[in-house]
Design a protein around this ligand. Structure first.
Ligand SMILES: Nc1ncnc2c1ncn2[C@@H]1O[C@H](COP(=O)(O)OP(=O)(O)OP(=O)(O)O)[C@@H](O)[C@H]1O
Ligand SMILES: [Mg+2]
Length: 1045
């Protein structure tokens, strides 16, 4: 069921228990119809199988199908009789107990076909050994033989079973089916002598006439024409197109040989069949006294000498009978001969099927008994048949209700009683001692005096009058009376009303055979007849049991046999009365659904819960739906299921946890679960699952094969994968155990001298400490208190840690320095140049060492030059250095603010945004002690420039480096001479004072006063005109002269 839940919309549910509207007969019918039209004739109600007669050959019974269903879980595949057969078989093997399959349904519903399918399944599933091959063949071939002798064409069924059959198949646990035994019930003997219109006698008569070879027929005195035999033509349909007597004869003939009928047996058997036909042709005339006399002596010849091997004289029984009486005696003899021969046949088949091994065997019983029958005129036979069905229905009710109740009790789940129609009242009406119909019938048969069918009816009216299930013409109300004859009584069976005609009830029940006729039979040399009419038979002084009492007894015996076994049910349904394929007659099916008790069974199954499944099976299927249970659940199956359903969000009232099974109340809960599972399967299966699904859609049969393959492969992969994961997990745990052990040991020995047991632990402690330390280093070297306390084994490091810290900081500094190494190189080159020019020559040089040089001292030298753009005095070359300074007039020493800008090509003196002077580096001529700046253009003047700069060392270093004029720098002690103009000189004098100043002294020199203790970079004053002298701050009397020419 689970395996095909997804197909539920197209073909209805496969288990009627899953019907949402489970109380609706219409819903049930719709479901059956939907499936029937898809050729899906089987449907479950739990473990009960409902089977619809397709009236056509379906291709679902091949060996391939048997293999598919073999060993597969009941609900995993679509419903099938093979699934049920297989499940019964496997349950029997696992529980080592006996089972039976009760196949019921009305005449023509397919009971016999179903029982044959089951038998075929068991026979084919037997292993192939020569011994078992024989058993298998006999099991299978017993069927056509029994059908030939016990089945006949009726209005309802061309192959109607006219006897009840219960067959035990015996199983050996190792090798399968090893034998069988058949019990037959109440053959409808009256058919031998009388058939209703449209019906036939037992098949074997027609088969013999049609198929027997000429020699055999000649020997039997038969002609190949059924019309010649009065016992074969009463139904007026000896020849039927749907039945091939000739080919069936061949099957029966060869089957008889296989099931060990000797040639002599076969010969004698057919002699008896032929005798019955001859007997039927015996006619009587009336003699002078009004007694019957034989008319056609030749028949007697065939009867006597050849066929029954009785002396002709013996056969002529002289009794003063009227013709009717004589005919009655003749028919009684024919019925007796046929009936007893049939019993012999069944015994003979049993001998052939018997298992010689006396060790204990388990059995599966197959009950294929005549179905409930309602004809236009119903007689004693229908009464017995319907009584039998009533008994089986009672058994069914008892067993299903009982077993259901037991299951609930066993699982510890509250049982909710289900209302159902208990047919006990009808069974009692028929069989109750001293009060039932059977008792009344027997009483009438056995009582002295004139008992007739009508007196029997009167007795019934007397005793049963007022019973709700019994009515006669006399007892009925006006309306009902119109539907009945005077000699009728009507029973309201569980399956519906049946009106019986009492005519013949007493006779048929008595089934008396005249003593002298019996005597004659005993003298027969035919071994079968001899066996059937033994001398040891109880004498007629003691009345034999009536037919119905015998039948009642055998049914009681059957009930006992069945009650001792585990029941399984197949309910066969006839879809239409016309034996037509594809026609589904709603009214007819609805009626059968009703009387077969399907609704009640469904209600019982659904009493509370629609679905139940063993925990392990449920978990195995749905575990991928929950991360905790997938891929493997480690606890018990029931815990797993609980975890799963909780994860799926089942509400508490939707399910119950039994002892071994989960019970789900509504089908929709299961459907939702199944839908989720379908989705999940896709996720899990990926490509391979897609292929698998494709196989499902394309070909159902290859799908089965693919599924098997897929399942096997998946299981293998799962096994390997789980094995690998388990090994990994085991290794991981073993490793963890080792590590934990070592750790604990190391911890215990942590204070002991280092050894192999604690090395690892101590290393861990050290590492742990250092990791902690890394995040908590003191901010300064001097901070000795905020060091994290080292563990005892690291006490010795406490002293050395500051050293390491210093090392750490140093390395940090170095690292950072290296990052700027390129800049540093250039910087150091400048400093080295300054040093070479001024170290030891100029007093305030040491103070300049720590002063970093910069590329510019003007915030935006470019900006300052921008307004000059249209001027022809544009600076050429990229900007290298700029610094603000003061220029002094050479004559009056008036100070003016200027910027000195150095490019790669020239030196510029700029006032605001105006280039005042441009001097090419090339025109700067150096001589010792001076820097000559010779202007090669109109701005160039004849005298020196007197400039004062706060960044003397920096400016001169840059100038000398960019202009490559290191050699032109000269440090002069004392006064500095400069050219006011060529041939006219001026001087700059230096002295210390209270405050720094620059002025024109009285002697016409430029006086630079340095404040006492003033730093070297305080202001300086340019003093001479004509010569460019760069004067640093007036801290010392040293100055640097630059000279321009
Ligand atoms: N599964 C089936 N596949 C094909 N045809 C079937 C199937 N079942 C039944 N039939 C057809 O229906 C006919 C009647 O079936 P069957 O003889 O099994 O009925 P039955 O229930 O045994 O009736 P009865 O009570 O009269 O013996 C068969 O002869 C066969 O033609
Ligand atoms: Mg049958």
């Amino acid at each position: 069921m689970e395996g095909a839940l997804t197909a539920r919309d197209r073909v209805g549910v496969q288990d009627l228990v899953l019907l949402e509207a489970h109380t609706s007969e219409t819903a049930l019918l719709d479901n059956l119809r939907k499936r029937f039209h898809e050729n899906l004739i089987y449907t479950y109600i739990g473990t009960l199988l409902v089977s619809l007669n397709p009236y056509k050959e379906l291709d679902t019974y091949s060996k391939k199908h048997m293999d598919t269903y073999m060993g597969v879980n009941f609900f995993e595949l679509p419903p099938h009789i093979y699934a049920l057969a297989d499940n019964v078989f496997r349950t029997m093997l696992s529980e080592f107990n006996n089972h039976f399959i009760l196949i019921s349904g009305e005449s023509g519903a397919g009971k016999t076909e179903t029982s044959k399918k089951v038998l075929q399944y068991y026979a084919v599933s037997c292993p192939n050994t020569s011994l078992l091959d024989n058993v298998r063949d006999r099991l299978l071939l017993s069927n056509p033989v029994l059908e030939a002798f016990g089945n006949a064409k009726t209005l309802k069924n061309d192959n109607s079973s006219r006897f009840g059959k219960y067959m035990d198949i015996q199983f050996d646990h190792q090798v399968g089916a090893v034998g069988g035994h058949i019990l037959s019930y109440l053959l409808e003997k009256s058919r031998v002598v009388h058939q209703n219109h449209g019906e036939r006698n037992f098949h074997i008569f027609y088969q013999l006439v049609a198929g027997g070879d000429d020699e055999l027929l000649r020997w039997l005195g038969l002609e190949r024409n059924c019309q010649n035999y009065s016992y074969l033509v009463q139904g007026d349909c000896a020849k039927v197109t749907s039945i091939n007597d000739k080919s069936n004869w061949k099957i029966v003939r060869s089957a008889l040989s296989i099931i060990e009928f000797s040639e002599k047996d076969v010969e004698q058997l057919f002699a008896i069949i032929a005798s019955v036909l001859h007997l039927g042709n015996v006619k009587f005339a009336t003699d002078a006294l009004g007694y019957a006399v034989l008319k056609n002596v030749p028949e007697l010849h065939w009867l006597s000498t050849v066929r029954l091997n009785i002396h002709k004289r013996c056969l002529q029984v002289y009794s003063p009978f009227a013709v009717d009486h004589a005919l009655y005696a003749r028919d009684a003899l024919a019925k007796a001969i046929y009936g007893r021969t049939f019993n012999w046949l069944v015994n003979k088949v049993n001998e052939s099927l018997a298992n010689k091994d006396s060790s204990r065997k388990t059995v599966i019983g197959l009950l294929d008994i005549y179905g409930f029958e309602v004809f236009h005129v119903n007689s004693f036979e229908q009464f017995c048949i319907n009584y039998c069905n009533e008994k089986l229905q009672q058994l069914f009710i008892q067993l299903t209700l009982k077993s259901e109740q037991e299951e609930y009790q066993m699982e510890g789940i509250e049982w909710e009683p289900v209302p159902y129609f208990n047919n006990k009242i009808i069974c009692d009406l028929v069989e109750e001692k001293h009060r039932g119909i059977i008792s009344v019938l027997d009483e009438e048969c056995l009582r002295p005096g004139e008992a007739t069918d009508l007196t029997f009816l009167e007795k019934l009216e007397e005793k049963m009058g007022g019973h709700p299930h019994f009515v006669t013409h006399k007892l009925a109300d006006q309306k009902t009376r119109k539907t009945m004859q005077r000699g009728d009584f009507r029973l309201l069976h569980y399956a519906g009303e049946v009106t019986y005609c009492v005519v013949g009830f007493l006779d048929k029940n008595n089934d008396l055979l005249y003593r002298n006729v019996k005597e004659v039979m005993r003298q027969s040399k035919n071994t079968i007849i001899k066996h059937c009419f033994p001398y040891t038979e109880p004498d007629s002084k003691k009345r034999p049991e009536t037919v119905v009492t015998q039948f009642k007894g055998s049914l009681a015996g059957l009930t006992d046999v069945l009650m001792s076994k585990e029941p399984w049910y197949v309910r066969c349904i006839k879809p239409n009365d016309g034996k037509k394929a594809g026609r589904f007659d709603d009214v007819l099916v609805r009626h059968q659904v009703k009387y077969l008790g399907l609704m009640e069974h469904l209600r019982v199954r659904r009493a509370g819960f629609a679905y139940r499944r063993k925990y392990d099976i449920f978990l195995a299927r749905y575990k991928p739906l929950c991360p905790s249970t997938w891929p493997k659940w480690k606890g018990s199956a029931s815990e797993g299921v609980l975890c799963l359903v909780k994860h799926l969000g089942y509400k508490p009232n939707e399910y119950k946890m039994g002892r071994t099974k989960i019970f789900i109340r509504h089908p929709k809960t299961l459907f939702a679960t199944e839908d989720a599972f379908e989705l999940c399967k896709h996720d899990l299966g990926g490509l391979s699952f897609c292929l698998f699904i494709k196989a499902i859609n394309t070909d159902f049969y290859s799908y089965k094969t693919v599924k098997k393959l897929f399942t096997a492969t998946a299981t293998r992969i799962q096994n390997c994968w789980r094995g690998m994961m388990a090994r990994k997990e085991r290794d991981k745990r073993a490793w963890a155990v080792k590590v934990i052990k070592r750790f604990i040991k190391g911890f215990m020995m942590r204070n002991q001298p280092a050894c192999s047991d604690n090395t690892e632990y101590l290393a861990f402690v050290r590492q742990n400490y250092l990791t902690r330390l890394k995040g908590n280093l003191p901010k300064t070297l001097l901070d000795k208190n905020s060091w994290p306390t080292p563990p005892p084994i690291m006490q010795e490091v406490r002293g050395t840690l500051p050293f390491y810290l210093r090392f750490y900081y140093t390395s940090m500094v170095l690292r950072n320095s290296l990052l700027v190494v390129e800049d540093s190189q250039i910087y150091l080159q400048f400093k080295a140049l300054t040093s070479s020019m001024f170290k030891g020559k100029k007093e305030n040089y040491p103070f300049s060492v720590c002063q970093p040089f910069q590329d510019t001292r003007i915030s935006n030298p470019h900006h300052r030059l921008t307004p000059l753009t249209p001027s022809p005095w544009q600076p050429s070359g990229s900007l290298q250095y700029s610094v603000p300074l003061v220029k002094y007039d050479r004559n009056g020493f008036r100070p003016r603010l200027r910027q000195l800008i150095l490019t790669q090509a020239a030196v510029y003196l700029v006032e605001e945004a105006k280039i005042k002077q441009r001097i090419d580096f090339n025109s700067l001529k150096g001589e010792m002690g001076t820097v000559e700046i010779k202007g090669g253009h109109q701005l160039c003047c004849a005298g020196d420039l007197i400039l004062q700069c706060d960044y003397l060392f920096e400016a001169l270093t840059k100038l000398s480096h960019i202009g490559n004029k290191e050699s032109c720098i000269k440090v002069v002690q004392g006064s500095v001479r400069f050219d006011i103009q060529p041939g006219r000189e001026g001087f700059i004098d230096f002295k210390s004072g209270q405050e720094s100043m620059i002025y024109r002294s009285k002697n016409g020199h430029l006086m630079v006063v340095r404040m006492n203790g003033e730093s070297h970079h305080s202001s300086c004053t340019p003093i001479r005109r004509g010569i460019s002298k760069l004067i640093d701050s007036p801290v010392s009397q040293e100055s640097t002269r630059t000279r321009s020419r």
